[in-house]
Design a protein around this ligand. Sequence first.
Ligand code: G3H
Ligand code: 13P
Ligand code: ZN
Length: 323
Amino acid sequence: MNEFTGYKELGLVNSRDLFAKAVSGGYAIPAYNFNNLEQLQAIVMACVETASPVILQVSKGARSYANQTLLRHLAAGAVEYAAELGCEIPIVLHLDHGDSFELCKDCIETGFSSVMIDGSHLSYDDNVALTRRVVEYAHQYDVTVEGELGVLAGIEDDVHAAEHTYTEPDQVEDFVGKTGVDSLAIAIGTSHGAFKFKPGEEHLIRLDILREIEKRIPGFPIVLHGASSVPQELIQMINAHGGKLKDAVGIAEDQLREAARSAVCKINIDSDGRLAMTAAIRKVLDEKPEEFDPRKYLGPARESLKELYKHKIVNVLGSNGKA
Ligand code: G3H
Ligand code: 13P
Ligand code: ZN
């Protein structure tokens, strides 16, 4: 690790204490993906204004889009920015959907305080072995690790899974015990992206499977991916200003709220932010075709994102006031 001693030097924290408090307090920590400055500003402003802890998520795609050095400095800057705004909130920098030991190792060496190793597409034994390897490495640096069991439908790690493979409750205790992970992502009917249910399909996630999983590993931190709600007013706004999003639908907020009250302590939201930004940008460009200053459309997009993130924290996750 040369001179750099890791994420603590950047003022970041790992997820361990945050999850312990979230599980016992019956709320979930927001895990918001970011790829650029405006998204990060909106996340920090929303979390400061609601006094919420936050997990800043960086995908492999975000790292190559925005440059991993810049993203790390942005995350470190977020700690100072939050203090400047008046509230020192706990901030985790987390790798979303790490797909190899090498990627996780690289992130740990360059300032991430938490990593996900997603071996959900591997055989059970290979998933256990890969996850165990990442945990052994990460824990030497006090970096926390999220594993995944079960496969979400939709797009995950560039793999298109047409059908869900729900997490098998009978496997979770063995997986957690053998790997030593700090949290577990499960598949209970959520999926990535803005098209989570087919037309005519019932919009329900399997909270019954969640309850079964909780019985096997009581109090263990559970993570929900693919948890965007795809607000229909954003879809209408996008389509009213030239967009073409048909049959976009997400997870109902009351189901997420119920999950957050239980052992679900991290809820991943990316697509809703994409929709909020797109809607705001389309509106400005449609209504003011003469506009060409990026601040004039990225500013409203940032404001809309901030309101969305605050709404999630207060009305869905319940993490307001927990910083
Ligand atoms: O789970 C996927 C996240 O929404 C990140 O998406 O890989 O396109 O950055 P991305
Ligand atoms: P959404 O696509 O539902 O926002 O899920 C994001 C996610 O799970 C990131 O890992
Ligand atoms: Zn995900």
